[in-house]
Write a protein that binds this ligand. Structure first.
Ligand code: ASN
Ligand code: ZN
Length: 322
């Protein structure tokens, strides 16, 4: 007995602990969420019943179904951006498992976040193709989950357009991060590759660079998005134009990111992320409230400098006061 023996026992205990740790894999301190996603993909088999049949779990071999694999990969790309760039563990910041349902409905021309999961239609192959094709659309839907767990922006009017815009901003950043594109290299389109053969004068669902120009077609008509407050659309349709007036904050982000240059997810993305998660953004915030908070976020993170100047200029260019 004595000190020598205690040391031996201690060393042996440490070795055992190290072995257990090695066997278990990543040793996260208690309470720290995992740095890897927990993804599950369900198949609605063309019904509109959720969640559908479980067809793929984390760690499984790739599926036979390319749609399932795209959903799995897109959730992974989104998880990675939020974790590696912003230090956020999944949708709720605490490692929430990510669930997605594919093949929802018959010829279903949309994708959505239902409060608990991402849901993707196959499209009708005429207007739209499979909604898992564009990674920015997957990122958009998952970001609706992040918004729900943070500012919880009400899905109506300007707060709803901000909810939509934040989903587009991070959707686009996920694509840019995955492709390693700088702000100048990015296409700033949402849903490129999604439009079917019948939308012959369109390239995407929305353009952050040039809102109002993503498509111009006999069937869908003209992309109704404004780029500035001069063209703000007052409507009761679309929850008060949430997918329409989102063009304005979308364009402000585009102007900021391209003015700063480099990787948009770094400085511009951080300012938006801080605004969304900083605890000051009210659920009924309007464009002006959001813009003011981006100014404060830029100042808090980067001080009085180029970032702050660029944020002020971006909002002023789209006609939103700060
Ligand atoms: N794809 C749309 C969206 O995520 C669905 C909707 O209108 N909520 O915004
Ligand atoms: Zn949306």
């Amino acid at each position: 007995s004595g000190p020598a023996r205690r040391t031996l026992e201690h060393d042996s205990l440490q070795r055992t602990r190290r072995r257990i740790t090695a066997l278990r894999g990543a040793a996260a301190p208690l309470g720290t969420p995992s740095d890897t996603p927990q993804r599950t993909i369900f198949d609605a088999e063309h019904q509109e019943t959720l969640p559908g049949r479980k067809v793929h779990s984390e760690g499984d071999q790739p599926a036979q179904d390319a749609t399932v694999n795209r959903a799995h990969a897109g959730l992974g790309a989104t998880f990675e951006l939020f974790l590696k760039v912003y230090g956020r563990h999944s949708i709720d910041g605490a490692g929430l498992p990510l669930n997605a349902t594919v093949h929802y409905g018959e010829n279903y021309d949309n994708a959505f976040w239902d409060g608990e999961r991402m849901v993707f239609g196959d499209g009708d192959n005429d207007l739209f193709l499979d909604f898992t094709i564009p990674v920015d659309v997957i990122g958009h839907e998952l970001t609706h989950g992040v918004v729900q767990h943070t500012a919880n922006l009400e899905y109506y009017g300007q707060s709803g357009a901000l909810n939509e815009s934040v989903a587009d901003v991070f959707g686009s950043l996920i694509k840019q991060y995955a492709l390693g594109q700088t702000a100048d290299q990015a296409d700033w389109l949402i849903g490129a590759g999604l439009l079917g053969p019948n939308v012959d004068r369109g390239e995407a669902l929305r353009s952050m660079k040039a809102p109002g120009t993503a498509y111009d077609d006999d069937i869908l008509g003209k992309d109704p998005q404004p780029a500035t407050m001069d063209d703000y659309v007052r409507t009761s349709r679309d929850n008060g134009g949430v997918h329409i007036n989102s063009g304005i904050p979308n364009h402000a982000f585009y102007l900021l990111a391209t003015a700063l240059g480099g990787n948009a997810w770094e400085r511009a993305g951080h300012i938006w992320y801080d605004t969304l998660t900083g605890g000051e953004l009210a659920s009924d915030a309007d464009f002006k409230d959001f813009a003011r908070l981006t100014v404060e976020a830029a100042r808090a993170r980067f001080g009085e400098g180029a970032e702050l100047e660029a944020v002020l200029k971006a909002w002023s260019s789209v006609g939103v006061p700060t």
